[in-house]
Design a protein around this ligand. Structure first.
Ligand code: NAD
Length: 386
């Protein structure tokens, strides 16, 4: 392994996540996309031509490619565990899209296989890699303003009204927005205040459009053993937080999604995949529509906004400008991934981190279904992944 050569990446799955991330992997000086795996022959051919890479019809086949050092797993949630394990068995490092897997047991399997194989597992890119979130981590861990005590995250998107695969609309298969979006929020919290295991999660799910029956919103309170607490609110119903560029929250599109069959909707979702339409260059240029994070430290409040981090203490209010675009988050995720694999950087978003995010979100799913707070066994982190 030559530390100066770009990291050679194989991409598993060329859907929406890949449409956002692959352009940034291709642009980066420290990564090179050498292979892709997709069941779609036409898409494979276009990817070969554009990226100058090889293509495979299956992830297992791609994992046998000696040129691939790391597999970026961007297939649907339910395939993450199988695809990450195939890559690790073939001696590759893995970057797994969020959520790491659909259950804590699957996360632990992936982390265990990585340990046996001596390979790295990273989870992302998530909002935990936004430059503003990483800056808040630095400020919190400097100790300058004391310990973090409370945190609140509120995010809004049009998740429910974007074209979806059938499984994404079935909460019990893919966790609705809880696994898909709460994972971003929990990732931000753990990135800022340090990885920790909640002792209880109390979540109220929202599911109020009978035409799109899924968990589309929630409010959750996370309690931690050291009296740190976080509240998370999310709505994927596309109203608050909508910007003029958001297409799918608009009324006409909602009505259209109600009329189409699941096959037609799947076809529309594929229209947002890698190399469909403006997929390649469009990529991740727009701002992340993640809304706000407020962290209350003992001696100051920090507020994450679209283009800045504000730090407010008793004497002053400081606004630090940061680029919180998805592309900037991707750059930071790529830097972490390459740094960890080349031995130059400590991982933040590793397998242990991804496992704790899924443990927290799974407790949220259970709390929502059982309509009361769920106690999460306090697991010493070293016991989760020794
Ligand atoms: N980080 C983010 O901002 C972000 C954004 C979107 C999606 N995601 C995550 O990425 C993952 C994929 O979501 P998506 O929206 O891109 O889904 P998608 O349906 O758009 O894409 C999935 C892709 O996987 C391919 N695929 C399915 N089975 C396969 C197999 N056996 N072998 C090879 N390829 C296979 C499909 O052809 C498709 O191209 C999910 O876990 C999701 O949570 C993350």
């Amino acid at each position: 392994m030559n530390r100066c050569q770009p990291l050679r990446v194989g991409v598993a799955g060329l859907g929406r996540a890949a449409a956002l991330m692959v352009p940034d992997l291709a642009r980066s000086d420290s990564t090179r996309v050498v292979a892709v795996a997709t069941p779609d022959a036409g898409q494979a051919e276009r990817a070969e031509e554009l990226l100058g890479c090889r293509s495979y019809r299956s992830v297992t086949e791609m994992c046998q490619d000696d040129q691939v050092e790391l597999v970026y797993v961007a297939t649907p949630h339910e395939l993450h565990c199988a695809h990450a394990c195939s890559a690790l068995a073939a001696g590759k490092h893995v970057l797994i899209e969020k959520p790491m897997a659909l259950s804590v047991a699957d996360c632990e399997t992936i982390a265990g296989r990585a340990r046996q194989a001596g390979r790295a597992v990273l989870v992302g890119p998530s909002f935990g890699s936004l430059p503003g979130v990483l800056l808040m981590r630095e400020i919190a861990s400097s100790g300058r303003y004391g310990h973090p005590r409370l945190c609140t995250v509120f995010s809004y998107s049009d998740f429910v009204y974007r074209p979806r695969r059938r499984e994404e609309l079935v909460s019990k298969e893919a966790g609705g927005v809880i696994l898909s979006q709460m994972s971003h929020q929990v990732d931000m919290v753990f990135t800022i205040v340090g990885l920790r295991s909640p002792v209880a999660v109390d979540l109220v799910p929202g599911n109020w459009d009978p035409q799109r029956p899924m968990t589309g919103a929630y409010v959750a309170v996370l309690r931690f053993a050291d009296d740190f607490g976080a509240s998370l609110i999310y709505s994927g119903y596309g109203r608050a937080g909508r910007t003029s560029g958001d297409r799918w929250g608009a009324q006409g599109d909602r009505e259209m999604l109600r009329r189409v069959s699941s096959e037609q909707e799947r076809y529309m979702k594929d229209g947002r995949a890698f190399l469909a339409g403006s997929g390649f260059l469009g990529g991740s240029r727009r701002a992340a529509n993640f809304a706000r994070v407020v962290v209350h430290l003992e001696g100051a409040d920090m507020v994450l906004e679209r283009g800045s981090v504000k730090v407010i203490d008793d004497a002053s209010e400081q606004t630090i400008r940061v680029d919180n675009s998805l592309r900037a988050a991707h750059r930071r995720a790529i830097k972490e991934m390459v740094g960890v694999i080349r031995g130059a950087e400590e991982a933040i978003h590793d397998g242990r981190f991804g496992t704790e995010v899924v443990r927290t979100c799974s407790a949220g799913v259970l709390s929502g279904a059982s309509r009361h707070a769920v106690a999460v066994p306090p697991v010493p982190l070293e016991e989760i992944v020794p």
